[in-house]
Design a protein around this ligand. Sequence first.
Ligand code: HEM
Ligand code: MG
Length: 331
Amino acid sequence: RPPPPPGPLEYGGVKLVNDAEHPFKPPRKGDIRGPCPALNTLANHGYISRNGIESPSNIVRAAMEGFNMNNDLAKFTCYAAFIVNGNMVTDLVSIGEKSKKTGPDPKDQPATIGGLNTHNVFEGDSSMTRADFYDGGDVESFNETLFQGFLEYSYRFGGGRYNLTAAGEYRLKRTQDGIQNNPTFTIVAPRLFSAYSESVNPINLWVDGRQDDGQLRLDHARSFFEAARYPDDFHRAARPMSADNEAVVHAIHPLEPGANVAGVNTYTVDRNAPRLDDKCGIFEYHVNTTLRTLYPNPRGNLLDAIRANIHYFYTSVQARGCTEIFPYGRF
Ligand code: HEM
Ligand code: MG
């Protein structure tokens, strides 16, 4: 049985995280980086394995320690991504492309164990600084053209900082880009959750904890998004943060889950998909729809590992009063 994720930090306050024990080193040949600028940063500073292959429990620990992401959001994000992209038997996931280093793939399952850059099981459309899959297939490389849009919106709506107003406007812009140019554009669970969480993560988790004012400096934004490097002397957030103010960003231009169903400009709301505020629904949809499609008939060690990981994922929404589900039998 895979080890359970760690609980909350003992000391959850502000702290120097770009410290002597965690120096920046660029990835070596063969090291894997991916679509998440924060995980890339944690790897470049040695908070997770520098080769980009890690266990979910260590990723949760590093997201808390290195960024002060709170325990529930770290678990929710990590297990949502791990169960669809990782190897549950070896308990390893690649933070980018598919890799042999996660071990032999389980047999006779459609799951690809493809790493975090796999399109449409967790990674999805309308990223802020990465292209849509439809637009050339590279969903993980930093894209300067898109980042220029991020800067432009931060100047226009944030007075030269990335803040909640800029986030709301830029999220609409990236959604409209997709609706108008990407015939395969889709935003349902878990992408609806991740898109809004990722819009506020830079505000909650990349503003130095001594500054703590929700206004992200744009040189710091570039340091994280492009170089995947902590700014000099960076101190993590002042307290454990969830996807704080996600609802504020969503309310600026509300979006319901949906997709372009017949080419560009045909965005249609999916009434069966959970809405952003329905975290229990997003959890259930991810397990009952996405995961079960990847693993229709697991047995043996794999079955045990799936049960355990669904339970660990569930613990992230337990405090919200969500009901535990057992689609593969009891844990
Ligand atoms: C994007 C995974 C933690 C900030 C992503 C993406 C993945 C991912 C797969 C790509 C989604 C997409 O844009 O299509 C994870 C996992 C985490 C984690 C498994 C484990 C806890 C964090 C943390 C932060 C963060 C701690 C902030 C400190 C972001 C941001 C993006 C992103 C800002 C959006 C990049 C963009 O739109 O250009 N993450 N992440 N993530 N993540 Fe993470
Ligand atoms: Mg993406």
